[in-house]
Design a binder for this molecule. Structure first.
Ligand code: ZN
Length: 566
């Protein structure tokens, strides 16, 4: 899964702890009003937190045929923007049209609001716990997936009374609608046919254009899945994809569904492969069984049956669509999420080198300069950052997935519900560091990296902590920070700057990983809630340090080069 590192990587987070909430959007007080839409008075500052950054890909190795495929896939992807817009909120298309109509006489605030709407895929600020920056409508927790007035309680009551509908209504790939007095599940293929059908058509054209068999197979099967909602075979084909153009397209992550975390959002990453870099990292694949055995939990809780194919791809990003284009940008992802595929084939990690470099230069280094003790700043390195991201992603494939509770087979995801992604992302962060330390001890990773591991990880925590405690990944980051500080593995100097405490750091990482893995192994919802409550609130030293990061961009706003038509 993708998000991250509130991880270093992740995706949709919030900055709430670092800035006061703006006043309610209102006409007075400087807010612009278009029709009856009030614009948050500070919308230009909000937008400015995303530094426009050129994202360039190395296309030099691509043939004219590859370029044609790339262009067709990029066109197919754009249809997913239309789908995701509706997944965020049913009212979005109408609002988008209204916002687009400002173009003529738009004020600077309106222009910023329009760009910010596009970046957030809706009128809610993804950096501010989805508070509205346009209008005053609160964000529906069920996004566009459920009737807006449906409460958790009502849904659960309905499921209890209609067990025969449970599978369909809680499916990852259905939209829930009211029909008469009841609820019905509408399959994605039907609900979003208007956009999925033309996207599928373009994928088939791309399939016809490529001479690469693994890519042709994936594109054809994926196009079929857009019409059938059966993604299993194409997910498997995606695992086997080995082509100059690396495409990830479909319904994947469930973060947008804040009501239950069931429903998957459509997105796309169009990338080009960097084979030499990928081959260098693929060596870690063979270490995965050893890393699973090395987890700091009893053997009975280890997941020794997961597939070990787990390819690693290093790519340059060319374009994104749908959820991948919203809010904070992902720099790596680990898919698919379907446990059946993961058991059979493992999962594939895709690291976007050009995005990682851009974020490292624009964000991580300036953060390190502001929050780390002076002697720690120069120890931060891109190599450590890259490896932490890689092992975060590998970490998603390790530890409990399918579990058995009292004889009942289930999944960690289903038991931890809305808390699942918070814990899973934090687990992956910590496991990344734990595994790198273990591989250094084993002689697989150069010991030279040890020196930069801990300061780079700490700077990364700050990068993620800025995203705020209200957002899933932000809270998981604060929990890591507080836990390590409580164990004496993180110290703050008199001037408020942080340093890792090397003699305590590895043991604290181990303990933290153990605690989180056991919450997963036991499918312990109440324990996870308790853990997040105990450790998930930022303390004064953390908040003060975050305050010093105000002038550092929160994220990049990617400016992609046009895709040549080949
Ligand atoms: Zn992650």
């Amino acid at each position: 899964m993708r998000p991250t590192v509130a991880c270093l990587l992740l995706s949709a987070a919030a900055l709430a702890c670092s800035r006061p909430a703006p006043p309610p959007a209102a006409a007075e007080g400087g807010g612009a009003v278009a029709g009856d839409l009030a614009v948050a008075p500070d919308v230009e500052e909000r937008l400015a937190r995303f530094a426009p950054t050129k994202i360039e890909a190395d296309l030099s190795a691509l043939s004219p045929e590859d370029l044609k495929v790339l262009a067709l896939v990029a066109r197919a992807s754009r249809h997913l923007d239309d789908v995701f817009l509706r997944q965020v909120w049913a009212g979005n298309p109408e609002l988008a049209a209204e916002v687009a109509a400002w173009t003529g006489g738009a004020t600077p605030q309106q222009a910023a609001a329009r760009d910010y709407f596009r970046l957030n895929f809706g009128p809610w600020d993804r950096l501010e716990e989805m508070e509205p920056f346009l209008g005053d409508r609160p964000h529906p927790p069920g996004a566009g997936y459920y009737p807006e007035d449906l409460s958790r309680q009502e849904f659960e009551g309905y499921l209890a009374a209609h067990p025969e509908q449970k599978d369909a209504l809680t499916s990852t790939l259905t939209v829930v609608r009211r029909e008469g007095d009841g609820l019905v599940a509408v399959p994605y293929a039907e609900a979003y046919r208007e956009w999925l059908a033309p996207a599928a058509d373009l994928l088939r054209q791309a399939a016809a254009a490529t001479g690469n068999e693994s890519l042709r197979r994936f594109l054809e099967l994926r196009a079929d899945a857009f019409g059938s909602d059966d993604y299993y075979t194409s997910d498997v084909a995606w695992m086997d994809l080995d082509a100059p153009v690396e495409v990830t397209i479909g319904p994947y992550e469930t973060y947008e569904d804040e009501l239950f975390g069931y429903k998957a959002a459509y997105e796309s990453f169009v990338t080009v492969a960097l084979p030499a870099e990928s081959a260098a990292l693929d060596g870690f694949k063979s270490e995965l069984p050893w890393l699973e055995r090395n987890l700091p939990i009893a053997n009975e809780y280890k997941n020794l049956n997961r597939g070990t194919e787990s390819p690693i791809r290093v790519v340059d990003l060319v374009a994104t669509a749908g959820e991948a284009s919203s809010g904070v940008m992902t720099l790596a992802y680990n898919l698919p999420n379907d446990e059946r595929v993961r058991e059979a084939k493992g999962s594939k990690k895709v690291l976007m080198r050009n995005v990682m470099r851009a974020k490292y230069d624009q964000i991580l280094v300036p953060i390190a300069q502001r929050v780390l003790a002076a002697d720690q700043v120069d120890r931060v390195s891109f190599d450590a950052y890259f490896d932490e991201v890689l092992h975060h992603e590998l970490g998603h494939g390790l530890g409990p997935g399918k579990i058995v509770l009292g004889g009942r087979p289930t999944e960690v995801r289903l038991e931890l519900k809305d808390l699942y992604s918070t814990l899973e992302e934090a687990k992956a962060d910590v496991m990344g560091v734990y595994d790198i330390l273990a591989l250094i001890d084993k002689g697989v990773i150069d010991r030279a990296l040890a020196d930069s591991l801990e300061p780079t990880y700490v700077a990364g925590l700050f990068r993620s902590a800025r995203f705020g405690v209200g957002e899933a990944h932000g809270q998981g980051v604060v929990a890591q920070f507080n836990y390590l500080e409580a164990k004496g593995a993180l110290a703050v100097d008199a001037d408020g700057r942080f340093r890792g405490v090397p003699e305590k750091f590895p043991a604290a990482i181990r303990d933290l990983l153990h605690d989180m893995l056991m919450l997963q192994a036991r499918g312990d919802y109440a324990g996870t809630a308790q853990f997040l409550q105990r450790y998930g609130t930022p303390g004064a030293s953390l908040l003060a340090a975050i305050e010093r990061l105000k002038d550092v961009p929160v994220d990049i706003r990617p400016l992609y080069a046009a895709v040549p038509e080949g």
